[in-house]
Design a protein around this ligand. Structure first.
Ligand code: ANZ
Ligand code: ZN
Length: 891
């Protein structure tokens, strides 16, 4: 008997697959529908981790299944290979980032091949190559010409550890997304932006196309990030005689007065305004306030340097300073103080707020602290519609709910919603305001002060004027004559790169900022369609045929970064004429995290590796000291020493077992708890399947084929044949349904495990007893063929091995997905209960609809029944159809 040796089997089939390039795919196959399945490409950190293994096992199961279902499947892979770690490695050990990156890619590709993944490696791409980033530059230029790229000076997020600016999306709770402990600080810099806000509304509306196909959670996160608010803009006039020198950034009206526009979602509270506030970064502060009132400069600067997120947190104490100036409320002419406050952000709305302490909680707290007035203008109503009793003295919080207007002149008595409309109408009429929509989303800051990224194709002349690089000169390549000192942008150290001659013959200076690496990942799914084309990034026809990607798979951590940027980029490319579709990814699966047990030692104050731990009385203890350890199941990470190395796992158990375990242990979208017993269980399952099939393959009638339903005469089957064939068809149905139901591979594999149990019973009762008919042999061939094809998307190596053992010369993934016959899946047997004098003596399987005579005959044929009626007189036989036979005896 053959032994199951995964290492031999897997090597044999991988060699064949990759040498014969069987996963090569075409952009068009006559008569076949396209199916694009894509796992998020990888950052080449050096080694695969278990999260990768899971992601790729899911994607590969989908790719192989869809291929068997008859689709023309596209399943490529590539490398998101620009970014900080390569550059930091260069600083640490002097190797060029390209060298580090290439070595990592080579190693990870090798590891991926060990997993037997069905990628079409002909399409492989890597974003650090000039062949790729050339197109980032071309898109940048085209977007610039279309007004979708611009440069502006403002306060930006700076990570002192990354040594570069960050986009808002890369700041989480005030910390850097890469350096979870590093506070992001604010710097005033002139930077490049992509105008994602131009698409804010479309990005929101586009969710309708995705709803039901993307996790609702991701849509919600994007919705909140885009943060649409409807409200009004109200113009307050600054009570100040302004001398315009022509260089002002302030908004002025026809009379030369300074206009301070505020954004409010509550225009119904306009009569309750008791002061106004601007952000410390508001241009008014430098241009007028600090000139008039220089003593407050220190207070202003302190606010500017505060972290933006901390500064606006709800529980953060509000702070501010009176500007010394006043503004005029347009509806009642009231003059109110103008303050500078830390809770007002420059980059939301207009950077200025009309403060209504009676109805806004932040304003309420602020007014308490600084003793500012408070005026109730919206009276809450009880459930009967009567005005509630309110008093300014007793208020402990702002009255934030809507209600009925009071103290608001002609608007008194209106409810808040009516008042919002009417007051805004009035503002429009008198020319002091309008309805507006505001988004929390900001333009995407893409400049990075780092070397390892796409050079921005821009040159400046001596006066700082902007020149786009000419398209014929693309790609603008990264220079190699640079120094990685860890201080400043390395690109600044290349004189050759920096100094250029402009077309007009004058001296120019090249932009040394590079692009955010999220630019690279915003369109890579399109580049796979033609990854080696050096004339164009991809063909429009292909893009229209292959997008939106049918199934995208990756981590949820990208919800408001990559997944939002790619949607924006796709829409921009559409508007540049590159593609007709609106969305990049039709269906999104966000796989759950992989968790593993961690062991913490109080004494040593560190996490121990699993190999340092043993179990004592069911509790984990340190092998070395015997100390009992605190254990927790949590996300695998380097810092917790609770990761497992996929390569080691694959070496020890095989790729098939590793894949089956990760797919079986949890549905793809749920967390997966890594567990060695489970992995060993997957191995034992495949081993049993392998042994059973290879030891019984000889019994299968190889001439019976699927073309004529294996030539089985259904009426000539034995009961046992019927049973196993029924189980087989039920399993095919169950596996197919589970996969079609959001890829629930766990239930699919569980069904195959059940089938294997029944196959084992069949072997013992039929094959081992040599109770084999010519029908049995045909049935068995059907069983073997179909179970091999069912397992093929999950355990492709062993499937191909067994498939060839059956005498086939094809590969399983080139075969058709097995069919089932609904008729054969239904239960047609039941257990007939046999009683003697009302006592149950036996049970026998019988066909549903069995006649009374046949049921009686079956009852009398039972040995057990015989024992109880022997030598007695049968007085009566009662048959309850499809249930029982009762024999009454006497004597
Ligand atoms: C007056 C008012 C009265 C407000 C009231 C609220 C309640 P959302 O819903 O998030 O869009 N606001 C406007 N711009 C701001 C900025 N740059 N920094 C901080 N706060 C700002 O919030 C809109 C509300 O947030 C606006 O409506 C404004 O306060 C404030 F009873 O105006 B409101
Ligand atoms: Zn950082």
């Amino acid at each position: 008997i053959k032994e199951y040796k995964p290492s031999e089997i897997e090597k044999k089939w991988q060699d064949k697959w990759f040498e014969e390039d069987v996963f090569k795919s075409e952009n068009k196959v006559e008569g076949k529908e396209n199916y694009y399945v894509l796992e998020m490409f990888a950052y080449p950190s050096g080694k695969l981790h278990v999260g990768h293994l899971r992601n790729y096992a899911i994607g590969d199961a989908i790719a192989r299944y869809k291929k068997m279902k008859g689709f023309n499947v596209l399943h490529p892979f590539g490398w998101d290979s620009f970014g900080l770690p390569a550059e930091n490695a260069a600083i640490d050990n002097g190797a060029h980032p390209g060298k580090w990156t290439k070595a990592n890619i080579d190693n990870m590709r090798r590891q991926m091949k060990l997993m037997g993944l069905s990628y079409d490696w002909n399409r492989e791409l890597s974003t650090y190559t000039p062949e790729y980033y050339k197109w980032n530059q071309k898109f940048f230029i085209e977007m610039y010409k279309k007004g979708l790229v611009y440069k502006k000076k403002s306060y930006v997020n700076w990570c002192p550890d990354c040594n570069t600016v960050l986009a808002n999306e890369q700041v989480e709770d005030g910390k850097c997304w890469r350096h979870g402990k590093t506070d992001v600080i604010q710097k005033e810099l002139s930077q490049w932006y992509f105008k994602i806000t131009e698409y804010a509304e479309e990005l929101l509306q586009g969710h309708e196309e995705l709803r039901g196909h993307w996790p609702e959670q991701v849509l919600t996160m994007q919705k909140n990030w885009i943060g649409k608010s409807t409200g009004s803009e109200v113009d307050f006039i600054l009570d100040y005689k302004f001398e315009n020198d022509g260089n002002s950034h302030l908004k002025l009206n026809d009379n030369g007065e300074v206009v301070i526009s505020v954004f409010t979602t509550r225009p119904d509270t306009l009569y309750g305004v008791t002061y106004a506030t601007v952000a410390p970064e508001h241009p008014l502060v430098e241009e007028i306030i600090l000139k008039e009132n220089p003593s407050i400069r220190e207070a202003v600067e302190r606010m500017i340097n505060e972290d933006k997120i901390v500064r606006t947190a709800e529980d953060k104490e509000k702070e501010g300073v009176f500007s010394g100036l006043y503004v005029i409320n347009p509806v009642n002419g009231e003059k109110v103080q103008l303050w500078i406050a830390n809770y007002v952000l420059m980059d939301y709305g207009t950077g200025a707020v009309m403060a209504v302490p009676a109805h806004d909680e932040r304003d309420f707290q602020f007014s308490k602290k600084y003793n500012l007035d408070l005026k109730i203008v919206v009276n809450p109503v009880d459930k009967n519609g009567n005005l509630e009793e309110v008093s300014v003295e007793k208020m402990e919080n702002a009255l934030v709910n809507s209600g009925v207007l009071v103290n608001s002149e002609e608007f008194n008595g209106l409810n808040s919603n009516e008042a919002k409309e009417k007051i805004t109408e009035k503002l429009e009429k008198i020319g002091f305001g309008k309805k507006t929509v505001n988004y929390r989303l900001h333009d995407w800051l893409i400049s990075r002060q780092r070397y390892w990224g796409t050079p921005i194709p821009v040159i400046y002349d001596e006066d700082g004027n902007i020149y786009l690089e000419e398209e014929a000169n693309l790609p603008v390549k990264l220079p190699t004559d640079i120094e990685f000192s860890g201080k400043g942008n390395p690109l600044e150290t290349s004189e050759e790169f920096k100094n250029v001659i402009l077309p007009n013959g004058k001296k120019g200076r090249r932009e040394t900022d590079t692009m955010d690496t999220f630019v690279d990942s915003s369109w890579y799914y399109l580049r796979y369609l033609d990854s080696h084309n050096d004339k164009i990034p991809f063909k429009k026809e292909d893009a229209d045929n292959w997008t939106p990607v049918h199934q995208y798979i990756g981590g949820i951590e990208h919800a408001v970064m990559h997944l939002l940027y790619a949607r924006f980029f796709h829409k921009s490319l559409r508007d540049l004429g590159y593609v007709d579709t609106n969305e990049p990814f039709k269906r999104l699966l966000t796989q759950g995290m992989v968790l593993g047990p961690s062991y913490y030692s109080q004494n040593e104050r560190r996490y121990l590796f699993p190999r340092e731990v043993e179990m004592k009385d069911g509790k984990p203890v340190s092998k070395e000291t015997g100390e009992e350890l605190a254990t927790k199941v949590e996300k695998m990470s380097k810092s917790k020493n609770n990761g497992v190395d996929p390569e080691e796992i694959v070496k020890e158990y095989g790729a098939d077992s590793s894949r089956v375990f990760t797919l079986f242990a949890a549905p793809p979208e749920k967390e997966l708890e890594w567990n060695m017993n489970g992995l060993a269980g997957a191995y034992r399952f495949i081993n049993r399947l392998y042994l059973l099939i290879s030891s019984t393959a000889d019994f299968a009638d190889k001439n019976a084929t699927k073309e004529n339903n294996y030539g089985i005469n259904l009426d000539a089957r034995s009961e046992k044949d019927k049973e196993i064939q029924k189980k087989l068809h039920q399993t095919v149905k169950k596996v197919t349904d589970s996969i079609e139901d959001d890829f629930h591979f766990n239930t699919a594999i569980a069904a195959i495990m059940e089938l294997l149990n029944d196959m084992t019973t069949y072997k013992q009762n039929v094959i081992d007893k040599n109770d084999i008919s010519s029908e049995s042999k045909k049935v068995w061939h059907e069983v073997l063929e179909k179970v091999i094809l069912l397992i093929a998307p999950f355990a492709p190596h062993v499937a191909d091995e067994l498939w060839s053992d059956l005498g086939n010369t094809t590969l399983t993934f080139e075969e058709e997905w097995p069919a089932f016959d609904e008729k054969l899946t239904v239960e047609n047997n039941f257990n007939l209960v046999l009683q003697v004098n009302g006592k149950v003596r036996d049970m026998l399987p019988a066909q549903i609809g069995i006649s009374k005579d046949d049921a009686e005959k079956l009852a009398f044929s039972s040995e057990k029944v015989q024992k109880f009626i022997k030598g007695k007189e049968v007085v009566k036989v009662i048959v309850v159809p499809n249930k029982l036979v009762n024999i009454a005896v006497k004597g």
